[in-house]
Design a protein around this ligand. Structure first.
Ligand code: ADP
Ligand code: X2W
Length: 276
């Protein structure tokens, strides 16, 4: 790359004229992953997207399905899974194995080099087991450190990191971590060196005023009306941790956060934008 008459080292273009380069972090939910046609169309858009990018995926419903087949019942509280030893084993197989590897293979098929990661790989997502006196979440962790140098080394090689919703303690214990939180923590950490944008793609077109009406997308959501919508129970289930993560991100250095469906990366589609 030629810049101001000198050759920049191949990927040393994070800051040009003091401007940070934009990094896009995209999270896809389990319901989207399950729909082959939607996933394929999403991946086309993702591959086409220019600049450094990171993909994070969930897969909660697949884990519930596989756990059920193995005879384990799943318990969720406010959109978060209670994870005992058996469910952690299922999660490692489903998120870290089946889903992560299938998504990476799908990207490779579209000529996008990618690498699948859980928190233990490259010590990339270090977490702490959640201690909650009222609810025992089991093997559930909250991210305390993101290895941004490792992530950057992949981005510099044009390799897309694909994260599953699994983190790891400093002592090497794998922990289930909400995919939305994985996405927001990575984006927040990467904001140190990049201008960052976070995209949440799920089965809905955004935050809906009426969950039964797909055309009731709230186009802009701020922290004030967000609290009102929780109080009036318009926002429930998986949307609770998702929006908590959105506001965390926007208040901790992320430039823009968007929520939408599988088409979110296309131009002019209806979506929700999070504002301060
Ligand atoms: N107001 C709302 N607008 C849109 N979705 C909502 C709302 N309240 C609750 N939800 C639920 O939240 C879900 C999204 O959260 P989640 O299932 O965790 O998605 P994902 O698997 O994509 O992360 C939606 O599928 C919907 O059922
Ligand atoms: C702690 C916790 O709740 N972890 C989530 C991680 C997967 C996830 O986030 O999946 P979706 O994006 O498909 O909802 C779970 O096990 O369901």
């Amino acid at each position: 790359m030629r810049f101001l008459g000198r050759i920049l080292p191949r990927n040393d273009f994070k800051r040009i004229n003091g401007m940070k380069q934009t990094l896009k972090v995209v999270k896809i939910g389990g319901k989207l992953i399950e729909n082959e046609a939607l996933l394929n169309s999403f991946m086309d858009d993702f591959v086409e997207m220019k600049g450094p990018k990171i993909l994070v995926h969930g897969g909660g419903n697949k884990a519930t399905e596989v756990a059920g087949k193995l005879g384990f019942k799943t318990k969720m509280i406010d959109g978060r899974r209670i994870t005992n030893k058996e469910s952690m084993e299922v999660i490692t197989m489903v998120y870290g194995g089946l889903l992560n590897k299938s998504i990476v293979a799908g990207l490779q098929a579209k000529k996008q080099n990618a690498i699948g990661l859980c928190g233990a790989d490259g010590k990339v997502l270090i977490s702490k087991k959640r201690e909650n006196k009222e609810i025992d979440y089991g093997y559930v962790g909250d991210v305390v450190h993101v290895n941004i140098n490792f992530i950057e080394s992949l981005l510099k090689q044009n390799i897309v990191p694909v994260f599953s919703a699994i983190s790891c303690t400093d002592g090497g214990m794998l922990l289930n971590t909400n995919g939305d939180s994985v996405a927001s923590e990575i984006t927040i950490a990467m904001s140190k060196t990049y201008e960052t944008q976070l995209y949440y793609c799920s089965e809905k077109k955004g935050v809906l005023r009426d969950i039964e009406d797909d055309n009731s997308v709230i186009t802009e959501l701020n922290s004030e009306n967000y609290k009102e919508l929780i109080a009036s129970k318009v926002i429930t289930d998986g949307m609770l941790p998702k929006l908590h993560n959105c506001f965390e991100a926007i208040s901790r250095g992320v430039s823009a956060v968007f929520l939408g469906d599988a088409n979110l990366l296309k131009e002019n589609v209806s979506h929700t934008k999070i504002v301060k």
